[in-house]
Design a protein around this ligand. Sequence first.
Ligand code: UD1
Length: 429
Amino acid sequence: MDRIRIVGGARLNGTIPISGAKNAALPLMIASLLTDETLTLANLPRLADVAQLKRILGNHGVDMTVAGKRLGEAELSGETVHLTARTIVDTTAPYELVSAMRASFWVIGPLVAREGFAKVSLPGGCAIGTRPVDLFLEALQALGAEIDIEGGYVIARAPDGLKGAHVTFPKVSVGATHVTLMAATLAKGETIIENAAREPEVVDLAECLIKMGAKITGAGTSTIRIEGVTRLNGARHSVMPDRIEAGTYAMAVTMTGGDVLLEGARADDLKRPIEILREVGAEITETNEGLRVYRNGADLKPVNISTEPFPGFPTDLQAQLMALVTRAEGTSVIRETIFENRFMHVQELARFGAEIHLDGQNATVVGVPRLKGAPVMATDLRASVSLVIAGLVAEGETIVNRVYHLDRGFERLEDKLSRCGATIERISG
Ligand code: UD1
């Protein structure tokens, strides 16, 4: 198994190109199931989760071709993939394929909308809480699907097609919003989604669906309206930049000090994290090329925050922020309100000498003057990268084990950081 070795102490200086967003790429790829024409997605990140979804879509009958490099294209730019679901040959998403990644469950929406039938294994993914699927099932039922659970599989049937409905989510869910949005594009009549997720990835999906001929208004607000159409067409869409990756590197620079341009990052997607990072001590400016993050040697300040659905502070940046404030001058409180078990990085951060006390949803982080390098274990996607952030300033050597978690969500992490001056390398095997 690969490991990452870091020697802390270097400041970060240079440019980091931000990849296409994993959390937008996945639903966009799944949207290819809604049409028999070709959906071309540009700027797809080269990540393990994207590769896994390609296998899942291939099993349903989606043909995929990867476009070659184009003149003037940067060496590190994302992939362009043509996805064509001419015929859905299999409406089952089996356990072996779905269990590795929760988002693969989302194929249920397009499959039942287009084929009137779907059999999808209950999901796996990061072990960060129970992550049930009740909201998905209630929404699909509201759209007229009959739902059964048999042998670990959800079976959705709508032989006469889905019908528009009024869906009010009791809780904000990104995945349930994506699935309801996709399913409703092919339902008969109007669907209104209330308390919809407002995440930028929902907007990106809606924009692509609109290019495919869907009639959608209100994406990015809490109320989305969809007027169903009988069929969707092919389209071309470029995946939005990864705001979580950008936020992660912004925290890394704030931690080490230095001056880095996050190329392609969009300030509007990161308003709250930018506010918080400024409180902690970073200077962040928006430029034509992206976001510039700068910190000279000034002390880091503590913060008091809660994770919230967008536009609040994202749970996907919680672990990274916690790593950052382990070195603040004072005590921070970080409250996790989205997932009940998303503090697995705490015990690993303690190996660096961080002082963190957990009490239910609250983590109290007492800043310490220095961290010391240590062997640590990646536990989930975002937790793993928090260990990298700590390792970048820890004295001596840090070895991060089980880095396959990082490969699910961060493209060429060690390469991007070492180009900015970090001492970081992958040790294979
Ligand atoms: C997505 C993101 C993930 C991010 C999360 C919250 C992708 C691929 N993943 O995950 O990176 O951390 O949003 O921003 O985009 N819930 C239910 N019942 C359901 C569905 C969800 O109770 O049927 C709960 C979950 O357990 C959780 C909360 O709702 O407590 C939010 O989860 P949700 O927004 O659905 O997360 P994902 O879409 O899985």
